[in-house]
Design a protein around this ligand. Structure first.
Ligand code: ZN
Length: 58
């Protein structure tokens, strides 16, 4: 059974795929990171760490 990765639209195996419905860990983490980032923005509190602040792109 082949499924289409919702992140990059590549077709990948469903069975034996630990990252399903994504094609790879990378696509899974991108999707996961997307909603974590959204959640993070909502509850974000500024820190005094300038380096950390600069690494965040809004
Ligand atoms: Zn993918």
């Amino acid at each position: 059974m082949k499924v289409k990765c919702p992140m990059c639209a590549a077709s990948c195996d469903w069975e034996g795929n630990p990252w399903r419905p994504f094609c790879s860990e990378r696509c899974r983490m991108i999707d996961l990171g997307a909603w974590i980032d959204e959640d993070y923005k909502v509850g974000h509190e500024p820190t005094n760490n300038d380096t950390e602040y600069e690494s965040e792109t809004y």
